[in-house]
Write a protein that binds this ligand. Structure first.
Ligand code: C5P
Length: 391
């Protein structure tokens, strides 16, 4: 792909050459465009050397309409770092230098921005409003991340690392969005089952697989209803609506309400099978040496319920996390819960399962087809699942 990397004047500009190098390594052709302020942080010589092409930074230098010829050349534009200034300019249609003029001319083609700024600036209502405007125009945001900022404080505002930005390019390349996919439900994360006002029964699910699935479905063109249990993960996509719940019963209520309006559902949440039969409205007192006994009752099985609701035009996908007789148990679950596909996670594989960023799965279909993945990032596994289960 032909990619333009736009660099603006923030300290994270020193990471831009690394992004250019990674993109070139992935086989892309890259040209750079920089603001005057960006060149205070990274030099023209560096950008021209890593990209192997002349830098575009002066609207009037050549006397030609470079912003138009560069727009025609580029298939994607990545702004990294994107300062509050460039975000504000694009959101308000201001084109007063080489990069902002190119950005306005680039309308209709894919743009990714990696914001980077001080945390107070990021939190400012003007910046947040501008971000919402850009997202509504399908400009994709990668980051910012939480961490140590150049000004010495900790907060949200760090630019995502170059490899995460390069991975976002890979993801958006996958296929042109197909709006005929319609609406999909995804469940993600753990559930918490309250014991009393301060304690709960939970599990180690991070939600990473489910959030990656929601992202992959939305990238493929679907409208996604993501029902998520407690997790700190966030998702920024104009086609993803997130409903946050805590318990299995709340997840059940949200999922059964939206499923009839969906073309399909992927249930990747680690739902607690049991909950305490009673939840105390105060903190339970220690019971001395007598110990404590919790009476547990069964939670509804959301996947099995959707299996009974399913019509012929709907696709239902479940997950199975098995330790013994993996394939046979997964196949049995597929039939019992009336699924179209089951994704088998094996806890035996190093690098697969809870909390980690990678996974290794086998996708088994109702008609017996099976697809085994190598160890991949959860984002890549999500893309493979979405490619397999959607038309
Ligand atoms: O039967 P088992 O719990 O192993 O099934 C796992 C699959 O069922 C996962 O897709 C999980 O999201 C879903 N599930 C559910 N509701 C439950 C338990 C599991 O939707 N109460």
């Amino acid at each position: 792909m032909r990619i333009i990397v736009g660099i603006t004047g923030g300290i994270a500009a020193y990471k831009a050459p690394e992004l250019v190098r990674l993109l070139k390594k992935q086989g892309h052709e890259v040209r750079c465009a920089a603001t005057e302020h960006a060149l205070q942080f990274v030099t023209r010589v560096t950008l021209e050397t890593v990209s192997g092409a002349p830098l575009y930074s002066d609207l009037f230098a050549s006397g030609r309409t470079e912003h138009i010829s560069l727009k025609d050349w580029g298939e994607m534009l990545i702004v990294a770092p994107a300062t509050a200034n460039i975000i504000g300019k694009v959101a308000n249609g201001i084109a007063d230098d080489a990069l902002s003029t190119l950005l306005l001319a680039f309308s209709g083609k894919p743009v990714i921005m990696a914001p980077a700024m001080n945390c107070e600036m990021w939190a400012h209502p003007a910046v947040q409003r501008n971000i919402e405007t850009l997202k509504a125009w399908d400009i994709r945001m990668v980051g910012p991340e939480e961490g140590e900022l150049a000004c010495g404080v900790n907060g949200v505002g760090r630019m995502s690392e170059p490899d995460a930005i390069a991975a976002a390019v890979c993801n958006s390349e996958s296929r042109t969005p197909n709006s005929e996919l319609g609406k999909w439900l995804v469940t993600a994360g753990p559930t918490y089952e309250r014991i009393d006002s301060v304690r709960f029964i939970g599990n180690y699910s991070s939600g990473k697989m489910g959030f990656a699935l929601a992202q992959a479905l939305a990238d493929a063109g679907a409208e996604v209803e993501l029902v998520a249990g407690p997790t700190s993960l966030k998702i920024d996509h104009p086609r993803v609506k997130v409903t946050r719940i805590e318990s299995a019963r709340e997840m059940y209520a949200a999922a059964t309400e939206v499923f009839p309006h969906c073309n399909g559902a992927i249930l990747s949440a680690a739902v607690a099978d049991y909950r305490p039969s009673e939840c105390a409205d105060h903190k339970l007192k220690k019971n001395g040496s007598e110990g404590m006994h919790l009476d547990l009752v069964q939670n509804p099985d959301i996947l099995a319920t959707l299996g009974t609701m399913k019509t012929d035009r709907q696709t239902l996908v479940g997950f199975a996390l098995e330790t013994d007789n993996e394939e046979a148990n997964a196949q049995h679950k597929l039939e019992k819960k009336n699924l179209d596909y089951i994704v088998l996670n094996s806890l035996r594989d190093a690098g697969a399962g809870f909390g980690v960023d990678t996974n290794k799965v086998t996708i088994i279909s109702r008609n017996g087809n099976r697809k085994e993945s190598p160890l991949l990032s959860k984002k890549e596994v999500a893309r493979l699942i979405v490619e397999t289960i959607t038309p």
